[in-house]
Design a protein around this ligand. Structure first.
Ligand code: DAK
Length: 252
């Protein structure tokens, strides 16, 4: 098993499990991860995903051993790593807790998630330039949209690593958590999210992602329509009644 899955209450934890290759992503790992996420995504009893490595390594990128001997025709015909596009269609919020290295495809995997929680030991980078290639799972696009052209050029063209403080300053990381009790803190954070209305979570994620695809004017209309639509859900009634009755909401 390249990925281990565990469900704790409404949180599904997917743990990359290739310690001898520093959790490098090969084709099998990609299929295992995405196939399971697709299944859990549909379950009303799952409110949040956590995709994690271990405290020493998040992921050292795409598996260089798998790629090294491939030629253009093979990459093109197999549409190598094209299946990662399915990952972007997952509706449930996904947290990437990064401790240790998140390099290349590892950094790209973290960026494909919705929230990056980093420990004090996290190190990010897109070192593909040193291998004679470029990022291939959206690095040039997502990093640029997250941190701007100037910083993305610096990181991708130099191939240098950045530490957690720089990653937070440039807006790559959502939040830094202490290394001590990192897993516990991540789970607390994920559990909190997972207990909100799944419909409202999906709507929030979709609306935020929409902002990257359209004009501000169109995005504001999109958001307002979804806001209106949520008044047709029992979760909106429960959330607002709970507030008025001074109790905690119990969402579906
Ligand atoms: N792939 C395969 N094996 C890896 C690996 C990787 N990315 N990273 C590490 N390993 C393996 C090492 O080969 C070594 O295995 P053995 O020699 O023991 O068999 C073992 O993990 C331990 O690694 P090290 O001995 O190097 O460990 P250190 O602590 O000294 O160094 C390190 C840790 C993370 C700094 C170092 O391992 C490193 O620099 N790793 C490579 C990082 C890297 O360059 N990552 C980018 C990979 S390229 C595409 C989509 C995406 C991509 C490509 C195409 N398409 C859609 C077409 C993505 C490309 C990439 O991510």
């Amino acid at each position: 098993m390249n990925v281990l899955f565990e469900q704790i209450d409404r949180v599904v934890i997917a743990k990359l499990n290739r310690p001898n290759a520093l959790n490098a992503l090969n084709t099998e790992t990609m299929y295992e991860l995405i196939t399971a996420l697709k299944k859990y995504d549909k379950s009303p009893s799952v409110g949040c995903f956590v995709i994690t490595g271990n405290e020493n390594i998040f992921c050292a990128g795409a598996d260089i051993k798998e790629m090294a001997t491939k030629n253009f025709s093979q990459m093109f015909q197999e549409d190598f790593f094209g299946y990662w596009e399915v990952f972007s269609k997952i509706k449930t919020p996904i947290i990437a807790p990064v401790s240790g290295y998140a390099l290349g495809g590892g950094c790209e995997l973290a960026m494909m998630c919705d929230i990056i929680l980093a420990s004090e030991s996290a190190i990010f980078g897109q070192p593909e330039i040193k291998l004679g290639v470029i990022p291939g799972i959206g690095g040039t696009q997502r990093l640029t949209s997250l941190i701007g052209k100037s910083k993305a050029m610096d990181i991708i063209l130099s191939g240098r690593n950045i530490d957690v403080n720089e990653a937070e300053n440039i807006g790559l990381v959502s939040k830094i958590l202490p290394l001590k009790n990192f897993s516990k803190e991540v789970l607390n954070y994920a559990e909190k999210i997972s207990n909100y209305s799944k419909t409202a979570l999906i709507a929030s994620k979709e609306s935020i992602n929409q902002s990257l695809e359209c004009s501000l004017k169109d995005g504001i209309v999109f958001e307002r329509r979804i806001f209106h639509a949520l008044f047709n859900t029992s979760d909106q009634k429960e959330g607002m009644n709970a507030f008025l009755e001074k109790r905690s909401a119990n969402f579906n």
